[in-house]
Every structure is written in C-alpha cells, then in structure tokens.
Design a protein around this ligand. Sequence first.
Ligand SMILES: [Zn+2]
Ligand SMILES: [Zn+2]
Length: 337
Amino acid sequence: MRARYGPERVRHNGNVLEIREAGLYCAAGDFFIDPVTPVDRAVITHAHSDHACPGSRHYLTARDGEALLRTRIGDDASIQTTAYGETVHMNQVTVSLYPAGHILGSAQIRIERDGEVWVVSGDYKLAPDPTCAPFEPVRCHTFVTESTFALPIFRWAGARETSAAIEAWWRENQDAGKASLIFAYPVGKSQRILSAIDASIGPIVCHGAVERVNSIYRAHGIPLPLSSESDDYRRALIVAPPSAMGSPWTKRFAPASTAMASGWMRIRGPRRRRALDRGFVLSDHADWPALLSAIDATSAENVWVAHGFREPLARWLQDHGKTSRAIDLPRPEAEEQ
Ligand SMILES: [Zn+2]
Ligand SMILES: [Zn+2]
C-alpha cells in the first residue's frame, strides 16, 4: 500500500492540533474534529454517534456522509460537504477529506499548514467493503490514528469467509425450524452484512432502525436486499440493532437462534455475557496488522494514538522507531461496533 501524496520535510512550528475539552482542535483553522460538545465549527469524520454530536453551528463532512450525518444532527443543521480529495480553505490551513473505508461517507481529515501535514484517521478499516469507498493512505508528518482493536490478538478473517459462516448458520437454523436473529450495529455493519449475504437463501427482515439506514445506502447506489413482509420467520434472517435484544420486537420471532456480528466476538467474554448462540467476528475497524500497515503507509514520523488500546500501540510504534504518544480524547458513551 502506497500513499499518493508525499509531503516535503518541513520545519515544525508547534502542533497543528491540540486537545481541548470538546476534542481535537486546530487553532490555525479554528475548528474541532468530531467534538463531543457543540462548537462553532466542526469537521466530522463520520456519522457514528460517538463522532457526530448535534448542536454545533457549522459542520464540514464528506459528501457521501451528509445524509447519515443529518439523521444524527438534524435536517436544519448547517452542513458544508466536500468531495474526497477536494481542498477547503479554513483560515490558515487547508483541509481535505479522504476515504477511511469505515462506513458510507467516512473520512480521514488531512490538514496542511505551511507545508506541514497532519491526518486524523477517524475510524477506519482496510478490509474490502462494497458499501463504502476504500481506505486511501495519505502521506503526512503526523498521523492521528484510532486504536479500537490495537492488540495483536485482533486479526480478522476475510469478509467472504464471515459471510459464508453466517449463511451456513442461517441454513442450519432453517433445517431446525428456527428463525435466524442477528444483532449488528445499524449504521454500517448491518449494511455490510446485507450487501454480502446470499439473499436467495430465504426472506430477510430488517428492524426499522436498520431499514432507515438501508434506504440511505440505496439512495447512494449501494444495492441491498429488500426487507421482506413474510411472516414465515423460521426461514428468515432477521437483522436488528443490539439495542433490540430482548425486546418485544425480537421476541415474536421465537423460536430463534441468536447471533451477533462484531469485532468483539473475537474474544469470548462479550459473547458469554450476552448469552448469544453464535458470535461472528466482523468489524468495521482495522485489526492489528491493518493498523500497522495503515500507519506505515502514511510515512508519518509522529503518531498520536486515540480511542481504544492506545498504550500498547503507542509503545509498539516507539519500539519501532516512531515518535508516538497515546492521547486521551474526551469520549461519549462508546457504541457497539
Ligand atoms: Zn465509527
Ligand atoms: Zn468510533
């Protein structure tokens, strides 16, 4: 993996970003990235709730992410959009957004001040995902990376392998006369599952929270199977958000086999705690090898590590010749991914 842009060596003139109470702040551009409280100007990496707080005066986000962002921050919010790779001038800096491969419209934020380039990854993954533009490495002097799954135990199987396992489980349940109830995060994960599944196996029923997001994806040209009206649930795959677990909505599908699709299924604890029948390891975040290869592709000398297993990754990078620090960003309640 090679990045397209190669910044020249520059004389560093203080940090381009700093950490404030609301989050990462760029003083030279006077904006925050993914602030956790309302600010004057917010640049948003993507529309997951822990990155997109409502109430700011102005927002900038990638064009493909606008519709999803509006579901979080409201129809009346002032949102400026930009195509990936386009340059936006903000005071003394230029800002441009590049695909992060995480969900529809997710972006890395590139900030350039006097030739010095910083990139904030937001959430990202390198694994192929037909529902969003692929991660694009961007060369920079300082890279601010997420670290949700930054431990060597986190290694994902291929996406096709995971889809095949979900399909096999669905067929087994049909043979046993049970519905297949899979819990997945409704923004991004559910659509990734739906886009890859063999819809000829049986009817697919989506919870309203999933279907609302499906329609936004379809409007962006991403084909997804339609939610079925069938009430023969014993042959159906039902896709629901984790928040619907144990709700009356899910109880009507009994008898059902239950499963969850998440990167956290790689470790046993969460699965046992939730008493699910199956756990499918499927994450919209980079696994350990992907984090290392993404960081390497930026050629950054300096890496800030946020959100997740920060210390292990920062230490690994220090041991491998980089300047790195774990940064403690304010964070709202984490979401399921
Ligand atoms: Zn996210
Ligand atoms: Zn996140």
